[in-house]
Design a protein around this ligand. Structure first.
Ligand SMILES: NC(=O)c1ccc[n+]([C@@H]2O[C@H](COP(=O)([O-])OP(=O)(O)OC[C@H]3O[C@@H](n4cnc5c(N)ncnc54)[C@H](O)[C@@H]3O)[C@@H](O)[C@H]2O)c1
Length: 380
């Protein structure tokens, strides 16, 4: 099939590589010239800014950002803009698939009206988990549903060409809602364990020993780990798409909103604990944060709670530097080698970090990452 993929970010380029390897004739479209040149040497298919080259495709897949605006409500401007650009060039009928995460009804009520009646439409939300070595595009089951049975059937054929398991659901709204619910499930459970960590800390009970003990129950329990909070553009974002959709139909998503707030407030909680640890104030203290991306093994700093912690500590007068060899540069600042400081904070534990500088200097270190491999006792 001739496949055009609109948006060549993390999701679109991963799909492009998989579809290309499956033998499809792939074309990527991205409006960002920096992104296009980054990809030029690393992927085996062309990436262009020219929407007119999408004409004649059998399948057009949309994978553009769906962030939140300043009010933390869905921002579909990238999606709408991509659809308008497509509407200008797509004249004959084509299968249009949306992989971008959005609230139920986006395919039917936002995408299809912009592009018109002539096309077939399907939703196939991406579930990719950055840096996950076990589950990738080929072996993570894919949810698919079209606005018509013909659209569903064509979309199933396309996804079956490179996914081991493709699951048809009855409506695109079910696929869209399932994607949001999966990430909301994580957000809620992470919030619960983050709240429990605060309770356990105040009660003087080991959080990790308690969680390990609870996890010996062979049914009805799934362990989640406490941390500095959630980051990236999925877990802190997607639940707000679900609560937005809920509020539109008059249902208050109080549980989701509470989980968002608990996780978003973890940097504040930790900043307060750090202050206690350093004698009641961080003013003038030297603090180094190891790992500023939102997750080990990725360079993505979007919504990273480590950055919020740094900003809070600096706001309270601490001299904060950071070390992250995966991120390298952030906001005009560079990663600094680990050195002797009043306090080292492991926020995100990338593999292969040599903590010996802190060990040799007998630096006080707290580990607030989800890793259990850094060798320091958990702060929480
Ligand atoms: N990254 C993940 O882990 C992940 C996982 C599952 C789902 N998703 C969802 O997939 C979607 C894409 O996410 P991503 O991580 O690939 O985003 P990204 O920011 O890495 O990439 C999106 C790309 O789209 C391009 N773009 C924006 N507007 C465009 C337009 N009008 N025309 C052409 N290109 C355009 C941008 O330049 C960018 O390169 C989002 O809805 C996201 O929530 C992401």
């Amino acid at each position: 099939m001739k496949v055009a993929i609109i948006g060549q970010g993390y999701v679109g380029s991963a799909l492009g590589i998989a579809a290309n390897e499956a033998g499809h004739d792939v074309l990527g479209i991205d409006i960002d010239s920096k992104r296009r040149s980054e990809l030029a040497s690393s992927i085996g298919y062309p990436v262009s800014a020219d929407y007119s080259s999408v004409q004649g495709s059998d399948v057009v897949v949309i994978a553009v950002p769906t962030p939140l605006n300043e009010k933390r409500e869905p921002d579909l401007t990238f999606l709408e803009s991509a659809c308008k650009s497509l509407a200008a060039v797509l004249k004959s009928s084509v299968l249009v698939v949306n992989e971008s995460t959005s609230y139920p009804g986006t395919l039917r009520n936002v995408i299809a009206p912009i592009l018109g009646d002539v096309h077939l439409y399907a939703a196939a939300p991406e579930r990719i988990d950055p840096a996950n070595e076990k589950w990738g595009i080929e072996n993570t089951p894919r949810l698919v549903s079209g606005l018509s049975s013909e659209a569903t059937s064509k979309a199933l054929d396309f996804y079956r060409s490179f996914c081991e398991e493709v699951v048809a659901v009855s409506t695109p709204e079910v696929a869209e809602a399932a994607k949001l619910f999966e990430n909301t499930f994580r957000q809620v459970n992470i919030a619960l364990v983050n709240e429990f960590a605060q309770i356990a800390q105040a009660l003087g009970i080991s959080t990790f020993e308690t969680l390990g003990a609870a996890a010996t129950k062979p049914y009805g329990f799934m362990p989640f780990l406490p941390s500095i909070g959630v980051g990236g553009h999925c877990i802190p974002v997607d639940p707000s798409y679900l609560s937005f959709a809920a509020e539109k139909v008059g249902v208050e998503a109080s549980f989701i909103n509470l989980a968002n707030n608990v996780n978003a407030s973890m940097p504040e909680y930790l900043a307060a604990r750090i202050s206690e640890l350093l004698g009641g104030s961080v003013s003038g203290k030297t603090i180094q944060v190891a790992g500023i991306s939102y997750k080990a093994g990725v360079a993505d700093t979007r919504e990273s709670p480590a950055l919020k912690l740094i900003s809070l500590l600096r706001g309270a007068g601490a001299k904060v530097s950071w070390h992250d060899q995966v991120v390298g540069e952030w906001n005009g600042e560079s990663s600094t080698p680990l050195s002797s400081v009043d306090l080292g904070v492991i926020a995100t534990a990338h593999e292969g970090v040599d903590y010996s500088a802190w060990k040799n200097e007998k630096t006080m270190v707290i580990d607030v990452s989800t890793s259990s491999n850094t060798g320091w006792p958990k702060f929480l």
